[in-house]
Design a protein around this ligand. Sequence first.
Ligand SMILES: Cc1cc2nc3c(=O)[nH]c(=O)nc-3n(C[C@H](O)[C@H](O)[C@H](O)COP(=O)(O)O)c2cc1C
Length: 345
Amino acid sequence: MYQLLKPLLFQFDPENVHYFVTRNLKRFNRFPGGASLSKAIWGTDDKRLEREVFGLKFKNPVGLAAGFDKNAELISEMGNLGFGFIEVGTVTPLPQPGNPKPRMFRLPADAALINRMGFNNLGVDVAAERIAAYRKSLKPGQQALIVGGNIGKNKVTPNEDAVSDYIKCFDRLFDVVDYFVVNVSSPNTPGLRELQEKEPLMNLLNTLQQRNNKDGVSRPILLKIAPDLTNEQLNDIADIVKQTSIAGIIATNTTISRESLTSQHKGETGGLSGKPLTKRSTEVIAYLHKASGGAFPIIGVGGIHSAEDAMEKLAAGASLVQLYTGFIYEGPGLIGRINKRILQS
Ligand SMILES: Cc1cc2nc3c(=O)[nH]c(=O)nc-3n(C[C@H](O)[C@H](O)[C@H](O)COP(=O)(O)O)c2cc1C
């Protein structure tokens, strides 16, 4: 069905299409029987798909990557499409508009996207309230989806004060999310990726870990990294995970590389995602998995457009996978195809 609609949707501005599709998805799910129909068409319910990773029980190992549901408005709808977990955000302490439009570009010939959204979001308070409302809306006995909170800093906050922004988001989301993702790898907030250097990163993660205990409860904290790090930097990352005892890594965010692109928009500034990223993000997963001796879980993301792409990430050492650009190009059917392929393996 999606493949029939796609040529039409791809005629229009990608950001407008995103809002159009998500608005109608919400409408469809609110319609009597809509949510059940969505589950019946796209869901794959099978106990054999369940995974326990960093102490959390996932319904299946295919999640929605950060950036799609920045403001936590689509949790149940995405669950009804078959995702096993949803990562909300990136959220920042204060609402911010992001970069001027246009800021998202399709590169169809490369099966890719370039975006420079710049953490447009309604702020952490809105996200926290909406996740809490999602939890309240569950019927007795209904299992909640695993919800991750991807946190960042406001554009106006200088790097010297970045830690306080992450703390604000961490504290505000603590009671409502299942896990956290510290995002220091977006290329669209000036200077943000400098926080991936060893010293500021140790400081940031140690500070969050010190606060990571409320009445005996702590949340898994993951670090999301760029695919553009060198092997030496990846060794540092493996070391930092060990030293700060964080729960794991999300590999990878979008790339600033522009190797072998052919599409019209290849010159746009921003982060590149989709097929051109498949190989590199799998390499990063494999390298970290090997360098650490499999000491921590990795969520694999970057250019998963087929069940085979997902299987390669899992074989490289990922415990779970996430989709963004492949979901745009292939539609919700991709989630089920990956889960079915996992069941066959
Ligand atoms: C339009 C767009 C917005 C994104 N926004 C975020 C974000 O806010 N935070 C984040 O950690 N990653 C963000 N990402 C990165 C994705 O979560 C993912 O790591 C990356 O796109 C690679 O996966 P993919 O090739 O499946 O898209 C964004 C990606 C896209 C395409």
